[in-house]
Design a protein around this ligand. Structure first.
Ligand SMILES: Cc1ncc(C[n+]2csc(CCOP(=O)(O)OP(=O)(O)O)c2C)c(N)n1
Ligand SMILES: [Mg+2]
Length: 359
């Protein structure tokens, strides 16, 4: 499905060989960190993790289209590959999985990545709010606007992620409708990985397609091969160009497959067989891209080996950083709830202090 007008300008330019190699290096770094994070959990370094094995093309490809000088990304709990592609500090990112801090220790404003969101479909609402703020700031939303338009007239775009399962939450429909009515610059990026924990897409998405729903909101949509990193970059760039120019939101449904468990505490053997998994998964997106680069003469075995060595060195550095992370002061759980504290919160903080003094 492709109901988005044909792209022009930078959005339509093909990726250069250097960019293709960069995409491969990112995918290898993400694959290696992701599989290592599962091992860290088994070794007791972190208590839990949500793997993204098989979703590297969808995540790296979409994250690659972000302009971190003006866009903002609203992830779920499974977007490690997006964070890595955007250049977020990965020790700070992984701190959530060590249970050091809710949402990650990185600075959302500086990195342009909102805190990790564990509430299914929660990120879409924040994205629409932020995006509508962009419209107001640009002075294109009527007489209530107070700010001046950006010098080049191009809006910052919110890129928000959700899953096939999340698409059945009311929040998603409210967000889609509001974004379309307000013409907010949002790219809704759905990773349809076939599963919502133990529930397959056909038991979750009536009609079988999240992309098809966009029509009901008067919104253009793209349903793409989410395991083809080049297709993902191209689609996301087109969607960004459309939203940035003030034409409103776009929905992308990237068809992919969750090859591993939902999380490190999940056992997929209880709801799908290995045969089903093999059939559903298709060709590994990383291997697919490797074959393509080889066939097109863009990279060779030496390059692949170098990329893997870099990924291993990076993972070691991140693991060391995670292991060195101490705990945060307990009072922070009260300090950062509201900008201005409330009497009830102060009372809770006082009784917590009293109790912890005796421990
Ligand atoms: C509001 C809410 N309801 C339920 C849950 C429990 N939960 C966590 S992940 C998940 C499934 C989400 O599936 P999907 O949207 O397809 O994303 P995926 O995990 O496949 O990436 C559920 C039900 C939650 N975290 N938040
Ligand atoms: Mg899913």
């Amino acid at each position: 499905m492709d109901t988005l007008p044909v792209a022009s300008g930078a959005a339509a330019e093909p990726l250069t060989p250097a960019q293709l190699r960069e995409l491969y290096s990112l995918m290898v770094a993400v694959r290696h960190l992701d599989t290592s994070a599962i091992a860290w959990q088994r070794q007791g370094i972190i208590p839990g993790y949500a793997p993204e094995l098989g979703q590297e093309a969808a995540q790296v490809g979409s994250g690659y289209a972000v302009d971190t000088t003006r866009d903002f990304v609203f992830p779920t709990y499974r977007e490690m590959g997006v964070a890595r592609t955007m250049g977020v500090d990965m020790v700070a990112y992984m701190s959530t999985h060590k249970a050091t801090w809710h949402g990650g220790l990185y600075d959302p404003l500086e990195s342009r990545l909102a805190p990790i969101q564990a509430v299914v479909a929660g990120s879409v609402l924040h994205a629409v709010g932020w995006a509508h703020g962009q419209t107001l700031a640009a002075g294109t939303a009527g007489p209530s606007t107070v700010n001046t338009a950006p010098a080049d007239g191009k809006l910052g775009v919110a890129l928000t992620y959700f899953g096939d399962g999340a698409s059945s939450q009311g929040d998603v429909h409210e967000a889609l409708n509001f974004a379309a009515v307000m013409k907010a610059p949002v790219v809704f990026f759905v990773q349809n990985n076939g599963w919502a924990i133990s529930v397959p897409t056909e038991r979750q998405v009536a009609g079988g397609s999240v992309a098809a729903r966009a029509a009901g909101y008067g919104m253009p949509a793209l349903q793409i091969d989410g395991d083809d990193v080049v297709a993902v970059v191209e689609a996301t760039r087109r969607a960004f160009a459309h939203a940035r120019a003030g034409n409103g939101p776009v929905l992308i449904e990237a068809m992919t497959y969750r090859r591993g468990p939902h999380s490190t505490s999940d056992d997929p053997g209880r709801y799908r067989s290995l045969d089903e998994e093999r059939d559903g998964a298709g060709t590994d997106p990383l291997e697919r891209f490797r074959q393509r680069l080889l066939a097109d003469g863009i990279a060779d075995e030496a390059f692949f080996a170098e990329a893997l060595a870099a990924a291993k060195a990076e993972e070691e550095q991140i693991r060391t950083g995670i292991q060195a992370l101490g705990s945060r002061p307990g009072t922070e759980m009260f300090d950062l709830v509201f900008q201005e504290t409330t009497p009830a919160l102060q009372a809770q903080a006082a009784s917590w202090r009293e109790e912890s003094e005796h421990v």
